[in-house]
Ligand binder design. Structure first.
Ligand SMILES: Nc1ncnc2c1ncn2[C@@H]1O[C@H](COP(=O)(O)OP(=O)(O)OP(=O)(O)O)[C@@H](O)[C@H]1O
Length: 631
């Protein structure tokens, strides 16, 4: 079926239209239709694939008014058509009359002055005026009447000749060209619409657009999915009947965009951008795009996880945590219990006792185990950077801020655990913000006004005495109580020395591979040295010394000398102590010898100096007696 069809109510146009098609090399459908069947015919054509109709005058108008939703191109009456008809009329008589619309008659005036003739004119306002117009012109004694076919049908005076004013081939060609370029535009537009539709159908973001009255004109599949919109048809419905907090009406009235807003819609938290649709400074609608907050956070975490080499994952589980002592096992029992709830935990203990290990353990035993584990050492990050590291910032939040902003560590820990080590080092301003995170479950990036809800578990640790810090006003009391809901005190190594052998063999096993040495353990003297030390650096220090001993050892079993060497200056005190002990022993030995000598001399006295007799009494040889007296 031809994409363009030419429909005419009058016979004269048909051959002209066919000629125009021939000249333009087109094979369009050309058909004569009566006024009554015009719309039905046009409908049939549209159904079978016609995209543009070319028609004339009143018939064209009728098709346009029928709301068929396809363009109708009118065949014009051009200046050539007028000139040709007037020249023809001149051949039939001197006095010419014409009835038509004001536009056509303006063209007539131009021809009158060019040809130096006068023509009687009647301006038609509507089709109903046909009879009146014809009568009025005939009454003016005209010889020839020019008009469209309806005008010249019933002329009351048979002496008046008639000439039909009709479009010529050029006019139809002009209409054909117009229809063709319209078709091209239509196809380009259709392609664009399809492209746009494909984008809307496949993007993960939700998109909803409304007109200036708040009626939905676009709602893509992601929007329905994200917001759980149950309705089959939302196009044409009022946005406020579908969404409670859309704020689209506000955007339309103010004409102001609202970017990066977090809102709750149908029980789903979304992050939205709403913008007005403006044309020549007039708002004629609004569009909003949105994403599911939770998904966005997950994606952000995934990306960050991939980007960061270390990855926010736990490294420890119950299997690689060593310690059988009662006090340590009590602490482990607490870990097991506390991991089952979501409350904040405060870990206290000296440096190196394994606070971070415990935090890992709590996370990996909890229901958040599959979520991120983010460890932050508050003392290791410079004070002026800590706030932005924890809370993140938006683009341009401060001088030096990274382009595009930065996600804070709290956000990264969403659905997981954040471990705040050395929490006692937090500046007061950050303490206040942390309190807000704990109380409200939301963070605000620096330079941003939107709040981001987060679901995290906080584990804090410190090796400082909190109660003292609170008393000295260095740590907020309210924050301390918020952190200290569940507490675990990890005992220092010196209080559980029975764990030393276990820990040593655990570390030997762990380090063997990297050191490439076959070490079976420590001998008893070496272990005695380890047992006698007070371990201020706790397990971390022990691990270091085990490692050093393994490297320094000449044999498979590590001996006392190697351990003392490995202990270096840490064990210096130990060596000094040993020396003192030896000295003491030496001193004691000296005293003993003195007593012995006195005793031997006493015995000698009693036997009047007889050495053989004295040696006999003392149970020693004469030479030994002699040496002991002379020593
Ligand atoms: N029970 C354990 N079993 C095996 N290794 C342990 C154990 N506890 C701690 N460690 C090891 O001891 C070292 C120190 O542990 P961790 O960093 O957790 O201590 P910390 O108390 O957090 O120290 P700090 O207060 O200095 O931050 C780590 O290398 C860890 O692997």
């Amino acid at each position: 079926m031809s994409k363009i069809a030419i429909l005419s109510p009058i016979d004269e146009i048909i051959p002209v239209a066919k000629e125009a098609c021939r000249k333009t090399g087109e094979n369009f459908l050309v058909r004569k239709v009566n006024f009554d069947e015009a719309i039905a015919t046009a409908k049939r054509l549209v159904k079978s694939g016609t995209e543009i109709i070319i028609s004339r005058g009143t018939l064209g108008l009728k098709i346009i008014e029928s709301n068929l939703d396809i363009p109708v191109v009118q065949i014009p009456i051009t200046g050539y058509d007028l000139l040709r008809t007037i020249v023809e009329a001149q051949k039939l008589g001197d006095k010419i009359g014409i009835a038509d619309t004001a536009v056509i008659l303006e063209g007539v005036e131009a021809i009158e002055s060019a040809l130096g003739i006068t023509i009687e004119k009647y301006v038609i306002q509507s089709v109903e005026e046909v009879e009146k117009a014809v009568h009025s012109l005939v009454d003016k004694n005209i010889d020839v009447l020019i008009g469209k076919s309806v005008f010249i049908k019933n002329v009351p005076n048979p002496n008046v000749k008639t000439v039909v004013l009709s479009s010529g081939v050029e006019s139809v060609i002009q209409a054909i060209q117009e229809a063709k370029s319209l078709l091209e535009v239509r196809h380009t537009e259709e392609q664009r619409t399809k492209q746009l539709q494909a984008i809307l159908d496949f993007i993960a973001d939700g998109v909803i657009a409304v007109d200036e009255k708040g009626i939905i004109t676009v709602c893509n599949p992601s929007a329905r999915r994200i917001l759980n919109i149950p309705y089959e048809r939302v196009i044409g419905k009022r946005i406020d009947d579908i969404l409670l907090n859309s704020r689209m009406g506000k955007v339309i009235t103010t004409g102001k965009e609202e970017l990066n807003r977090i809102q709750d819609e149908n029980g789903v938290k979304i992050i939205t951008n709403r913008i007005p649709i403006l044309h020549e400074n007039k708002v004629f609608g609004a569009v909003c795009t949105f994403q599911e907050l939770q998904k966005l956070q997950q994606q952000e975490q995934e990306i960050r996880k991939k980007l960061l080499h270390r990855g926010h994952v736990t490294k420890y589980d119950l299997e690689n945590i060593v310690g059988k002592s009662r006090s340590y096992q009590n602490a482990i029992e607490k870990v097991k219990k506390y991991s089952q709830v979501d409350s904040t935990v405060l870990l206290t203990g000296e440096t190196g006792v394994g606070k971070e290990v415990f935090a890992h353990l709590i996370h990996s035993l909890s229901k958040r185990a599959d979520g991120p584990f983010v460890a932050v050492n508050c003392a290791a990050i410079p004070k002026n950077l800590l706030e932005s590291e924890l809370f993140g910032y938006v683009d341009g939040a401060f001088t030096g801020a990274r382009k595009g902003g930065k996600t804070g560590l709290f956000e990264l820990a969403h659905q997981g655990t954040i471990f705040l080590d050395e929490i006692g080092e937090l500046a007061e301003s950050v303490q206040a913000q942390l309190l807000r995170v704990l109380q409200e479950g939301e963070v605000m990036r620096i330079g941003d006004e939107r709040v981001i809800p987060i679901n995290i578990r906080v584990i804090a640790a410190s090796n400082r005495d909190f109660e003292d810090m609170v008393e000295d006003g260095k740590f907020r009391a309210d924050l301390y109580y918020r952190l200290n809901i569940l507490d675990i005190l990890i005992p220092p190594l010196r209080q559980r020395k029975e764990d030393l052998p276990l820990l040593c063999s655990h570390f030997i096993g762990e380090l063997e591979q990297s050191i490439h040495k076959n070490i079976t353990g420590f001998d008893s003297e070496a272990m005695e040295v380890l047992q006698s030390y007070h371990w201020p650096g706790n397990i971390r220090q022990l691990r270091n010394i085990v490692e050093r001993s393994m490297i320094l050892s000449h044999g498979e079993v590590i001996n006392k000398e190697t351990v003392l060497l490995a202990g270096g200056k840490d064990f210096l005190q130990l060596k000094t102590k040993r020396q003192e002990q030896i000295n003491e022993e030496k001193q004691d030995n000296g005293k003993l010898q003195e007593y012995e000598r006195e005793y031997i001399l006493d015995v000698l006295n009693q036997v009047n100096g007889n050495k053989t007799e004295a040696a006999k009494i003392l149970g020693i040889g004469r030479t030994t007696l002699w040496r002991k007296i002379n020593n």
